[in-house]
Design a binder for this molecule. Structure first.
Ligand SMILES: [Zn+2]
Length: 106
């Protein structure tokens, strides 16, 4: 059963659990099938990147790891609070997301 993901690429989200709780970042990847999102600057993992040149050492780069979408809340662009998202049907059958804090649709 595909999970409906309320989070979209480009959203700002706030982490609700884990040691980085409270941190915010922009969503750079959303994977509805697995319920995972990748957030810029959050849950950074070290990756070793090998250099193709022999005289140069490989470097360590930090890459954001995926987090469960249930562990983050979308930050409302209107009131900038982490919001629980509801839905509202707009004209033409388009679905809008609604902030439960300020009732703004976006
Ligand atoms: Zn709001």
């Amino acid at each position: 059963m595909p999970t409906r993901l309320k989070i979209k690429t480009g959203d700002t989200v706030q982490l609700l659990s884990g040691k980085e709780r409270g941190k915010r970042g922009k969503v750079i990847g959303a994977f509805p099938r697995t319920g995972l999102v990748v957030v810029e600057g959050l849950n950074l993992k070290k990756r070793h990147r090998r250099s193709r040149r022999q005289d140069k050492k490989g470097e360590i780069v930090l890459i954001p790891g995926p987090v469960q979408s249930s562990a983050v809340a979308v930050v409302c662009p209107k009131c900038s609070k982490p919001a629980r998202i509801g839905y509202q049907l707009a004209e033409g059958g388009r679905k809008l997301r609604v902030c439960n804090q300020c009732r703004a649709a976006f």
